[in-house]
Design a protein around this ligand. Structure first.
Ligand code: 13P
Ligand code: SF4
Length: 364
């Protein structure tokens, strides 16, 4: 295995490694063959030792592969839960097992901590769709209208924003900021589909941006109809980054945490999660009586995070994520306003069977 730093890794599956890792295997055994596990276990053991030595925690997003999610992740969840955890943890170092905007959000909330990301290439098509300068132009075009920014954006964009939201709280945030500003319009950027799905749930006029998630935009209503035809009785759960005509065909829509909560609470016989592939594996591991139909799309950015990369982070201190202090202070105000809203738990904000529309989709 070419890690480039083999000398420091006890590559053999020794008795010591076995003793340190065997209790973790049952959580991933459905997805990781034993042979592969024995190759990875030395890395997992080393990561867990180094976390203790360096007072580090790993924040693992729901889209991480099961070996990362269960064997080395300390906190697991959707982007809102991970942001809350970054603000609250006592650890001195945060390893973000997720994409770059999530690491930036951690740094914005925890500037005194060292935040590392295993791959600088773990981006996001939504985050790269818009810049701070684009938001400044939007504000000139629509004066007096509050700007709500999805957390899937860079710190520069958050710094131009009145309040952030995630897919866990987007409708709540829009209602809150419109009431505070006394407006009936809102700018909700950069995900045009999330914005349309929010518009279905509110009477506010929504102006959005022509961004989209390269993973969720690929799902179509025909995909869902074919899944239902091939799997009678299947329950369809969809992420609100999917286009509205896809949500209209689903039984339930919500953030990654809300979908996971739905499966846990309802224990459907057959379910399909219209979202990133690893999510089904992670939810399946904790719900052994539920059968998962598994058409899904991989997020290439999330998949850049690997066990080897996480170990390299801990060994070398690469790649540290920093945010310019002026930008951080402004972005913090927007993120903190969101964090301070009451917790909704793993409930859905979104309607199914109903499509909404926005009043404008702006672009550069
Ligand atoms: P959640 O906030 O639902 O975890 O989604 C983050 C994300 O990137 C989905 O594609
Ligand atoms: Fe971004 Fe989509 Fe990947 Fe989530 S799944 S990180 S929104 S590209």
């Amino acid at each position: 295995m070419a890690h480039g730093f083999e000398a420091e890794i006890p590559l053999a599956f020794t008795e010591e490694v076995k003793a340190k890792t065997d209790h973790l295997y049952p959580l991933v055994e459905k997805f990781v063959p034993r042979l592969e596990w024995e190759l990875n276990a030395p890395i997992i053991a080393r990561i867990n030792d180094l976390k203790a030595e360096k007072n580090a925690v790993i924040l693992a997003h729901n889209y991480m592969t099961p070996d990362i999610f269960f064997a080395v992740g300390d906190f697991r969840g959707d982007s809102l839960a991970l942001a809350r955890e970054a603000a609250e943890t006592d650890a001195q170092m945060i390893i973000q097992a997720g994409v770059h905007f999530m690491a930036e959000t951690s740094k914005i909330l925890a500037p005194e901590k060292t935040v590392l990301i295993p791959s600088l290439e773990a981006g996001c098509s939504l985050a790269s769709s818009i810049t701070g300068a684009d938001v400044r132009l939007l504000k000139e075009r629509y004066p007096g209208i509050p700007v709500v920014t999805y957390v899937n954006t860079t710190a520069d964009v958050k710094a131009e924003t009145d309040i952030c939201c995630t897919s866990s709280n987007a409708v709540q945030v829009v209602e809150h900021i419109c009431a505070e500003w006394g407006t009936d319009s809102v700018i909700l950027i950069p995900d045009q589909y999330l914005a349309k799905n929010v518009a279905a749930m509110t009477d506010k006029k929504v102006i959005t941006w022509a961004g989209s998630c390269e993973v969720h935009e690929q799902f179509t209503p025909e995909d869902i109809r074919e899944m239902r035809a091939g799997n009678p009785g299947v329950i369809v759960l969809a992420h609100p980054e999917c286009p509205p005509d896809v949500l209209a065909e689903a039984d339930f829509a919500g953030s990654t945490a809300a979908m996971s909560g739905y499966v846990k609470d309802n224990q459907p016989k057959h379910v399909v999660l219209i979202t990133e592939c690893s999510m089904s594996d992670n939810v399946a591991a904790e719900n052994p009586n539920v059968n998962f139909v598994r058409p899904c799309n991989l997020c290439p950015h999330m998949k850049r995070i690997t066990l080897e990369g996480i170990l390299r982070c801990l060994e070398t201190g690469e790649h540290e994520v920093t945010v310019d202090e002026d930008i951080r202070i402004k972005a913090l105000a927007a993120v903190q306003r969101m964090i301070d809203l009451p917790k909704l738990g793993s409930v859905s904000n979104f309607a199914v069977g109903k499509t909404g529309d926005v009043v404008a989709v702006e672009h550069r």
